[in-house]
Design a binder for this molecule. Structure first.
Ligand code: C5P
Length: 236
């Protein structure tokens, strides 16, 4: 059953807490990215935890192996359930990140960013190579566009997690995303986690927008119950 993750791409703790409070009945997964984390730090992670939510800490770490591994250890100490490292960091960095997450196995999964969903053009080949590299290095899964999801699952197996951002309700604006897809298409492609930001957070009524996404996911066959609480990290 895929999980709906709402991206808290808002300027500060106060706005993020307001969103978490009103969206908690719809989902328990929230994404914290660099803007919010640099500004507010661990307090914003604690806020989500205090609300009973799970944190996807999307820092897309890309550094020398020791620094990337240190970031993964710190994310585990904060209680993040998902953390990202960039596949472009290469095999040694990815192996270091996977090793650093081992003590947190079952509590936190590490996903490799293949290619950003804002990148246009022919990226399918490099996405698949990045996914294979991430799997060989011991990561739990990758982030990719919906268009690449089925191919990654076919190549790496169903247990290898695929998180798909750039989700847009049919007819909605793409903003700065290039490779977008609807919630239903993401579910049908086998995505494990759907990340949705502006279509929910910039909506006049974020709760109604989130409920509409959740309903589309359920209708597409992705969820037999509420889209909350699914997809806790499992390490193979
Ligand atoms: O507002 P929108 O729905 O486009 O937000 C998508 C979120 O997913 C953003 O927070 C962005 O940082 C994140 N993301 C992405 N592409 C990736 C990985 C994460 O857009 N490959």
């Amino acid at each position: 059953m895929p999980a709906l993750i709402v991206a808290l791409d808002v300027p500060g703790l106060r706005e993020a807490a307001g969103l978490v409070e009103c969206l908690r009945p719809v989902t328990c997964w929230f994404k914290i990215g660099p803007v919010l984390f640099v500004r507010e730090g661990p307090a914003v992670v604690r806020m989500v935890h205090d609300a009973g939510g799970h944190v996807f800490l999307d820092l897309k770490l890309h550094d020398i192996p020791q620094s990337a591994a240190g970031g993964v250890v710190a994310a585990a100490e904060l209680g993040a359930a998902l953390v990202t490292v960039h596949c472009a960091g290469g095999e040694t960095m990815l192996r270091a990140a996977a090793a650093a997450a081992r003590p947190a196995a079952g509590r936190m999964a590490v996903l490799g960013v293949t290619r950003l969903t804002s990148e246009a053009g022919r990226v399918a080949g490099s996405v698949l190579r990045a996914a294979r590299l991430a799997q060989d290095a011991g990561l739990d899964g990758v982030t990719a566009a919906v268009a690449e999801c089925a191919r990654i699952k076919a190549a790496c197996g169903q247990a290898f997690r695929v998180l798909t951002p750039a989700i847009r309700p049919a007819g909605g604006p793409a903003h700065d995303q290039a490779r977008v897809a609807t919630p239903a298409a993401a579910v049908r492609a086998g995505s494990d986690y759907l990340v949705v930001g502006r279509p929910i957070t910039a909506a006049t009524d974020p709760v109604a927008a989130a409920r509409a996404v959740a309903a589309e996911m359920e209708a597409a066959g992705g969820a037999s119950g509420p889209v909350t609480g699914s997809q806790m990290p499992v390490r193979r």
